[in-house]
Ligand binder design. Structure first.
Ligand code: AMP
Ligand code: GLY
Length: 415
């Protein structure tokens, strides 16, 4: 296989790292890689999807793996399929499972999948009347993509009304909130259940926990994820319930012809009434991928090949029992307004000596020096029984003036 990996965050870096170990992958090409992953493949540039597909053909690429949700929503899958590539990722239509909260919730409701009560509203609705149908805390979600920032959970009704005004008027997130969902708040433990999906078989991969809030003990604002851990400890009952849910979900996806080749990520809340679906994503999670892939023993090239070749019914996945943790290094001010352009000094030799994996994220290189470009900067990953101690002692050795990270990654239902 000659594979193009689209995207340059920590997730795509982990995908490229794992594919670089595959016996089935002849060559890797990278679109917009971060500087720490450039050695894993050949960089390829293009102004739009059509030009990228053309260049990919010229380079003999046969398969594209798309990391982020935005290009999928914008139709990169449609373009590459039209050019005859194998695509790991959905077309724009199926991407709505992630890019429209209303589409996803209505799909769940129609198919009796466990979903919280919800109400979709548009401009002109009376916010306080709509909120009165729910009790606090109020969960308010912009319908469209909002870079992971479109969900707000607020206690007071005045705060909820002001968010709704902002969303419905179209002022927030370039209009992504013109349709907004209000939904019932679910209490419980959250897990990330990623499944491979080929249109016929939904094949679960190992579960992970994502630490979504900015501060320790899950306090403060939601972020893209401050760390992750795999595996997650579950009771037998929870496992059974989750497998029943997957089986119902597989049937519903087929019934509604939401068939594609790639990943369906199911955000689940384990409540005292069983698992409920919080959200769908149509791609690998970030930072979950960074802590799940190091545990995979099966050739990852084979995993991609069997997914795009619609042969998941023949695939058996083999996993290491060792736990794996990913600690995200962020910059002060994240998620609202992270400080950027701050230099990073990373002890790369030490990482090699200590078997630490480093996956870059919001980083750029200038004259051989590294500077941060975004809020989430670097992922420090270790596997094995001492993985937590290892990532934390490594984090201390990174020189980065605006360095911020949570101190409790690995707590919770971890081994
Ligand atoms: P979403 O934008 O749907 O991905 O939600 C972002 C995060 O908000 C989730 O990962 C949960 O931590 C939290 N969340 C979303 N919906 C709910 C809900 N109905 N009840 C409780 N927490 C929620
Ligand atoms: N970590 C959550 C996500 O990838 O959406």
């Amino acid at each position: 296989m000659r594979i193009l990996i689209y995207g340059g965050g920590g997730r795509e870096h982990a995908l490229a790292w794992k594919l670089s170990q595959s016996e089935l992958v002849e060559k890797i090409y990278l679109y917009k890689p971060n500087p720490l992953m450039k050695n894993l493949g050949n960089e390829i540039e293009a102004a739009d999807f059509e030009l990228l597909a053309k260049k990919a053909k010229e380079n003999g690429i046969d398969t594209i793996v798309v990391g982020p949700e935005l290009p999928l929503t914008e139709g990169i899958g449609n373009v590459f399929r039209r050019w005859g590539f194998k695509v790991f990722g959905p077309d724009a239509r199926e991407s709505k499972l992630e890019s429209s909260k209303v589409f996803a919730r209505e799909f769940m409701k129609r198919n009796n999948l466990p979903t919280p009560n919800f109400k979709a509203i548009v401009e002109g609705a009376n916010p306080s009347e709509c909120l009165n149908e729910f009790s606090p805390p109020y969960v308010i979600k912009a319908d469209g993509l909002a870079g992971g920032k479109g969900t707000k959970i607020v206690q007071d009704i005045a705060g909820a009304i002001s968010i709704l005004d902002d969303y419905l008027s179209g002022r927030a997130f370039k209009g992504a909130g013109k349709t907004t969902v209000i939904e019932e708040y679910l209490e419980g433990y959250e897990i990330s259940a990623m499944c491979l999906w080929d249109g016929n078989t939904l094949l679960p991969i190992e579960l992970a926990h994502d630490y979504k809030r900015i501060f320790d003990n899950d306090e403060g604002e939601n972020t893209g994820g401050m760390g992750s851990y795999s595996p997650v400890r579950l009771t037998d009952k929870e496992k059974d319930d989750i497998y029943t849910l997957f089986s119902d979900l597989e049937k519903a996806l087929k019934k509604e012809n939401l068939r594609y080749t790639g990943v369906l990520y199911i955000g689940l809340m384990l409540t005292n009434k069983g698992p409920f679906i919080l959200e769908f994503n149509v791609r690998f999670g970030d930072p979950e991928t960074q802590c799940v892939l190091p545990r995979l023993r099966t050739d990852f090239g084979k995993v991609i090949e069997y997914t795009v070749g619609k042969r998941l019914d023949e695939l058996h996945l083999d996993w290491s029992d060792d736990p794996c943790v990913c600690l995200v290094i962020a910059s002060d001010g994240y998620p609202q307004s992270p400080k950027t352009d701050v230099e990073l000094l990373i002890p790369f030799e030490k990482a090699i000596d200590e078997k630490i994996l480093l996956f870059g994220a919001g980083i750029t290189a200038k004259d051989g020096r590294l500077f941060n470009t975004g809020g989430r900067v670097l992922n420090i990953v270790a596997i094995g029984s001492d993985c937590k101690e290892k990532v934390y002692s490594f984090a201390e050795t990174i020189k980065f003036q605006t360095k911020y990270y949570r101190k409790d990654i690995g707590k919770g239902r971890c081994l």
